[in-house]
Design a protein around this ligand. Sequence first.
Ligand code: FAD
Length: 303
Amino acid sequence: MLTFDHYLTPATLDDAFDALDGVPGARIVAGATDLLPWARDGRAGDVHLSALVDVSRIAELRGVSLAHGRIRMGAATLISAFQNDPLLQKQAPVLGCCAVWFADDQIREQATVGGNLVNASPAGDSQPALLTMNTHVTLARRENGRILERTLPLSEFIVGPGQTLRQPHEIMTRLELDALPGYGAAFEKVGHRRSMVISTVCLAALVKLDGTKRRIEDVRIAIGAVGPVPERLDDVEDFLTGQMPASGSLRDAAEMAVSRVRSRSRQAYRREVLVNFVERALISAFAHAGLAIQRLPKESGHV
Ligand SMILES: Cc1cc2nc3c(=O)[nH]c(=O)nc-3n(C[C@H](O)[C@H](O)[C@H](O)COP(=O)(O)OP(=O)(O)OC[C@H]3O[C@@H](n4cnc5c(N)ncnc54)[C@H](O)[C@@H]3O)c2cc1C
């Protein structure tokens, strides 16, 4: 069970740092959808905290805007905004595809994107989608009364299961990511059961066709849950960029991904799923971009 002496709801970053500095042992919370199960389901035993500092009402951590081709998203943005926010619907369609697979309506209305990244579960679903959008995260700290920020790529922020480069008392304030209107997007996920599932493999794909609609101008693929950290499939992206998309090259690209499975459990299963997901996600993303590609039969040989 989770118990605490104080539940503090600062309205500004300064108030939040006052709360964190003023109560030793205070812990940041946003939607509590990771924190509560961690304590309540016995994973951490009974946990008593001096204070919970709820950062979800801080203005600097909220809101979504667009400037110079990059989206700025507060860290306390709800996962439900991935589906409902008009700017994200247009500029970041892969986030909407990801949210469909994320928990259920109730959790999506509570869970924040910052909480998903700081928690850094290998099964965190927002991570591959955000990686395809070249996301940077900004962390704020207070030193000598001044609020200082540092910004780093998401690809460097998560360093292992449950581990990030965030220092104690640093608050994640915002994310910045490429705006990608007109890209075809897809998200794939599988787990141990059909609903409310923890990912065994998840994958995000984005594709852009050139002006002739015949060649791949840009392709971005990221995977999660198959290794300690989410990652982009750079080699697969390089292989496909500039090609005319075709069933055979998508199958070849998918097979390149097999070596990325590093999880110790269910390796053969994860490999098979990953190869299928890369191919299926690319076909879905091209369909979303307006190009229908037939999937090769499973055992088909091709040159
Ligand atoms: C039933 C259920 C289903 C779920 N399904 C999914 C799913 O399908 N996919 C998925 O990825 N996850 C899922 N989750 C996990 C969870 O909902 C997400 O990880 C969520 O995004 C966490 O956000 P939160 O705001 O609730 O984080 P919290 O629980 O409030 O916090 C998580 C951690 O992040 C820290 N933190 C939060 N915000 C900040 C900040 N701004 N700065 C610094 N530190 C911060 C907290 O101190 C804590 O350590 C599920 C959870 C439940 C209970």
